[in-house]
Ligand binder design. Structure first.
Ligand SMILES: [Zn+2]
Length: 162
C-alpha cells in the first residue's frame, strides 16, 4: 500500500513536475520567440523604412536640391525675405526694369534675389536686390562693375552702402 502509494505519489508528483517544466519551458520559450522574431523583423522594417525615407529625401526627392541650396544659405534667407525684397523693388528687375509678370510668362519663375557683394551670408537689405534671370547671370561677370552699379541703387534706399 505504502509502496503503491509512494509510486503513485511519485508518479503523481513527477507528472505534474514534467508537465509543469514542459509548460514552463514552453511558456518561457514561446513568448521570447514571439517577442524576439517579430521585434527583430519590426526593427529591420523600421530601419529599412528609415533608410528608404533617407534615400528618398537624399537623392530621389525632387525637393532635395532646393534643400541643399537652402542649406547653403543662412536660415534667414527664406521666402519672406525674398518677398520683402521683391516688394521693396516693386517686383521689377533693378538691372533692366523687367517686371515679375513678364519673368513669369517667359520662364515661369519669379524674379531672383541677388546678393550684391556675392556673399550669401550678407543678408543686409542693402546687399539684396531684385534681378531677372538674365541680369542675374550677367552679374556673374564684371563683378566689380555690378557691385558698384547695384549698390548705388540700394544706397539710394538705405544710405551709405556698407
Ligand atoms: Zn533684368
Amino acid at each position: 500500500m505504502n509502496t503503491t502509494t509512494k509510486i503513485h505519489g511519485n508518479k503523481g508528483k513527477r507528472r505534474p513536475d514534467m508537465v509543469g517544466n514542459q509548460w514552463g519551458k514552453a511558456r518561457l520559450g514561446q513568448p521570447s520567440n514571439r517577442k524576439g522574431i517579430p521585434c527583430s523583423e519590426d526593427t529591420k522594417m523600421l530601419i529599412s523604412k528609415r533608410m528608404t525615407d533617407l534615400s528618398w529625401t537624399g537623392e530621389k526627392n525632387p525637393n532635395w536640391r532646393g534643400g541643399v541650396s537652402f542649406k547653403s544659405y543662412p536660415i534667414e534667407f527664406n521666402n519672406s525675405l525674398c518677398k520683402f525684397i521683391r516688394k521693396r523693388d516693386n517686383y521689377v528687375c533693378q538691372g533692366c526694369g523687367k517686371i515679375e509678370g513678364k519673368e513669369l510668362d517667359d520662364y515661369g519663375r519669379r524674379l531672383a534675389i541677388h546678393h550684391i557683394d556675392y556673399n550669401k551670408n550678407n543678408l543686409d537689405y542693402s546687399n539684396l536686390i531684385t534681378l531677372c534671370v538674365v541680369c542675374n547671370s550677367k552679374a556673374n561677370k564684371n563683378r566689380q562693375h555690378w557691385i558698384s552699379f547695384y549698390s548705388s541703387i540700394t544706397t539710394k534706399i538705405y544710405g551709405i552702402y556698407s
